[in-house]
Design a protein around this ligand. Structure first.
Ligand code: DAS
Length: 335
């Protein structure tokens, strides 16, 4: 029994830890965060057969309230742990962002597996117990020092995974499919995870704050007045642009001005496919935007591009465009 791997389970809150909250008048079954890491682990007796578990509650919030400092604390705690691997439970709303942030800043040498639940423990077909079990199972078996997201028996790379549905159990999807899956307690790998090479790997280990970077999405007929506020308040901008990386002429003019002073990243609202670089030539299309100093998000969606940019700006990186492009390309090139 003592030969079982030692796994630290850190709980941050989220639906997986939510129970009906009597204080929410009129909403008899409405849930809010309450269960601790210990509660979650104790509710799954099957865990005893696959791991020795230490449980710790680092926060108990809905995941929209998580931020850099909580994920930094989590990564620092994980890096100091003597466990064989770490499992993190949290809300699914920001899971794709927190796991991506952790992938960039974590300095430890044990894997971290993030998981959560689409349905709370009191709901029919609640998925929290199964997800926590498969996350722990993955933690006991995974060899690579890397960060993964395990949901609905699929093992995802934080670089590609996205929450794609409001309530479905298979809400988490990756553009090119998951890295692997769990079937009858066995892991089947479908492709190797993306890994950060030396140099990039250590780049953000010492970082202790992120720079204020805003992500703004274009939509039909919007005159872009919000862009006038960006320069005074933020140190960088991510534009969630149309299709292949396109904005209106009105936006293009404003963005050209901002890009003279701040790094401006162009991502695609489609979230799938690489932002194009050499196809469309009209004003506001990718060739125009990039010739005016803007930077392609490549394959990263806007939220992940924002995280990488906020780290690079916080580090006072001299050539943000070169560094952003280099890291993004390393992240999306699966060996
Ligand atoms: N959407 C909820 C969840 O799935 C709430 C949250 O993200 O905390 O966990």
């Amino acid at each position: 029994m003592n030969d079982l791997p030692l796994i630290d389970v850190y709980a941050l809150g989220g639906t997986i830890a939510m129970t009906p909250d009597q204080s929410l008048a009129g909403q008899v079954d409405a849930v809010s965060p309450s269960l601790t890491a210990d509660d979650l682990v104790k509710s799954i007796p099957q865990l005893e057969k696959i791991a020795r578990i230490r449980a710790e509650t680092l926060s108990n919030v809905a995941s929209a309230n998580l931020d850099f400092s909580i994920i930094k604390k989590l990564c620092d705690t994980a890096a100091k742990s003597d466990a064989d691997a770490i499992v993190v439970t949290q809300g699914t709303d920001t899971l794709e962002e927190t796991s991506f942030l952790a992938k960039l800043i974590y300095s430890g040498d044990k894997p971290i597996i993030f998981t959560g639940a689409m349905r709370a423990p009191n709901q029919l077909s609640s998925d929290g117990a199964a997800n926590l079990y498969t996350a722990v199972l993955t933690a006991t078996k995974v060899q690579s020092v890397n960060v993964f997201v395990v949901m609905d028996n699929q093992i995802h790379d934080p670089v590609f995974v996205e929450k794609t549905h409001t309530w479905a159990l298979d809400a988490f999807r990756s553009e090119y499919g998951s890295d692997g899956y769990i079937s009858e307690d066995r892991i089947f790998w479908q492709k190797p995870p993306s890994e950060l090479s030396d140099g990039i790997l250590e780049m953000f280990h010492e970082i202790d704050a992120v720079a204020p970077v805003v992500c703004i999405s274009i939509s039909l007929g919007d005159n872009g007045a919000i862009l006038d506020l960006v320069e005074d308040r933020y140190h960088g901008l991510v534009v969630d642009a149309y299709g292949a990386g396109h904005v209106s002429e009105q936006w293009a003019e404003k963005l050209n001005n901002i890009a003279r002073r701040l790094p401006v990243i162009i991502a695609s609202q489609t979230s799938n496919g690489r932002v194009l670089e050499a196809t469309y030539g009209y004003k506001g299309a990718e060739i125009d935007l990039f010739s005016n100093g803007m930077i392609s998000a490549g394959n990263l969606n806007a939220k992940k591009a924002r995280i990488l940019l906020s780290l690079l700006v916080a580090k006072k990186t001299a050539d943000v465009k070169k560094s952003f492009t280099h890291i993004m390309d390393r992240l999306i090139t699966v060996k």
